[in-house]
Design a protein around this ligand. Sequence first.
Ligand code: DX5
Ligand code: ZN
Length: 220
Amino acid sequence: MEKVIIAPSVLACDFSKIGQEIDMLNQSAAEWIHIDVMDGVFVPNISFGFPVLEAIKKKTNKVLDVHLMIVNPEKYIETFAKAGANIISVHFETCPHIHRTIQQIKDAGCKAGVVINPGTPTSVLKDIVFDVDLVLIMSVNPGFGGQKFIPNAIQKTKEIADMAKFVQNKGLKIQIDGGVTNANAKALVEAGANVLVAGSFVFNSENPIQTIQNLIDTTA
Ligand code: DX5
Ligand code: ZN
C-alpha cells in the first residue's frame, strides 16, 4: 500500500506561536500542511486569509494545501496561488461552474481539488473526477475543528476510489478531513484514502511529531 500523506490542519494550532508550530511541522513526517479558509458565509465560522498563508509560506517548504470554505471562491484563486498555495480545493456546493473553477486553479499553477460535504453524495463528482488532482471528502460538517468523525465517510471513500479507477485517474489523491484519529485512520486508508487531514488530534496531543508518525504507522 502507498504511504499515507498526513496534512495537519493549522486551524487547531496555537496562533500565538504559529512560527514555532510551523517549525515543529517542518521537523515532522507530515508532507502537507492543511490551511482552512472560512468566510462566515458558506460556513458558520471565520478563520484567516492571505496574510497568514503568506507568513506560513515563508517558514516552510512543505506542500501548502488550501481548503477554501468560502462562497465565490473563483474570485480569489489567483491571490491564493500568489500567497503560496500549492493545492487549492473548492467545495462542490459553492461552485455552479465547477469545471471552469478547476481549470482556473490549474491555470494559476496549482493542483486542483474538489470537496464534498457530508450531505453531498459522491455521485455528483462523476463528471469531474477525471479532471481533478484531489477529491476531499468531509467527514464532519465544515466550519470547526474538534468535531466527531461521521463514519459514512468510509463508504464514500470507497465510492470515490472506484470512480477514480473507472476513469483511470491513477494519481488521484483522496483526502479525508474532520475527526481523523488513530481509531479511524486505518479503515480510511484501506477504503482508498491516501491523504489524511488531522487538526485537534495532532495539535492537542502531548507530542504532535510522534502523533503524526503514529498516524502513518497505524495505516501501514
Ligand atoms: C473543518 C476543517 C478541518 C478541521 C479538522 O471545517 O476543514 O480541516 O480543521 O479538524 P479536526 O481534525 O480537529 O476535526
Ligand atoms: Zn479542512
